[in-house]
Design a protein around this ligand. Sequence first.
Ligand code: ZN
Length: 430
Amino acid sequence: MMRHHRIGVLVGSCAALSVSLFGHVAAQAADCPGHPEAIGTSRTIVVDTRAHPRLGTMQYPETLPLGDHEVVLTFDDGPLPKNSNQVLQILADQCVKAIFFTIGEQAIANPEGVRKLAAAGHTIATHSQTHPLNFPRMSLEQATKQIEDGFASTRKALDDPSLVAPFFRFPGLNRSDAAEAYLASKGIQVWSTDFLADDWHHISSAKVYDLAMRRLEAMGKGILLLHDIHARTAGALPNILRDLKARGYRIVQVVPATAERPATPTDPGDWQLYPPSEQVPIAHWPKVPSFSFAETESLIAPAVSDFDSPDGKLLLSGKSMARVKRQGVPLPPEAPWPRVSELPVETAALSLPVPAQSVFEMPDEHAAFRSSPPPRVAATEESEDRGKGRRGRGGRTRVAHAHSAAKHHAHTSGGTKKPVHVASLKKRRS
Ligand SMILES: [Zn+2]
């Protein structure tokens, strides 16, 4: 009897689960008429832009407060009718809402494209007026004009200018302290990203899809940066969305808080991809952080300096990539993780001569100090600590960012580490 009773409970549970699952599917299908296989948009996060002025772990300590397997799709550089329209159709067929970072000049040339974004319910954000890649070197006046003109041009395309969110992404992610300070003073949130799919490079749609999925799998969640102006992106998008659904990912929409629409309640730790808590089980960390750390020839991660490529600038100015001066992406002075350019000290230490025993010999009158490590050993331990500090999540040596880090060492060396890194390193050692 007991056994039958248990089976009865199991059957009952399965029935309840089935009803629940079917109910969920039915709701999703109803949300996306004619497309029962659509991934849909699972929820909308309302963000307070002043409380969280900068997002995206590629450059900043904070990112969106996403749950595991939640993804935010962002598209830059449009609208450009041909490919942007195709991207919009693909998203519509999947009932997916995304964030579009428009270029002011593109909005002027194609205001209908901006109106289509609004009509489809996407979040409209901006990406400067002409997509200059030299924000780090321009005056505050020039930067301000680029930012404000970009917003004005995009708003002008809409009947309701309030539909343009106070979200901004630097062209090529080329940030500057002055521009960031200006944006923060205006309550405009700066969006970097959590990962890329390199779709501004001349690669195939299959490669864009592959990079997007591999890097997402490495992080488990996050903001994906794409470009709706490229055919390769439009080509990759159906497969990305199909695979996202198959692998249990959920699409999240993001909108700014307003007087009528309060911010989604969150804890401060929710805004950090790797919470600085000793309570966070290590198993919750990314399983394969290969997108940030390259140790083989199969470098799937872009160096931050990859953003030297002119992106939409190519489209707007016709400049060849070769003519665009390679500057790298400026990183904030306070690095979200250690960025040091030299080779790991462990490796360097191997080539150093072994110190003679006499180095450690001390006269008897210094015997009291013998309990302290000898100077050479102390130096080595410090070096190893520094070397470990250069290691990324998963204990692999960070290589992908080394080039950029060399350029920005002067910036980052003055920055203090966040507690998260101390906690994480402690965990890694244990
Ligand atoms: Zn761009």
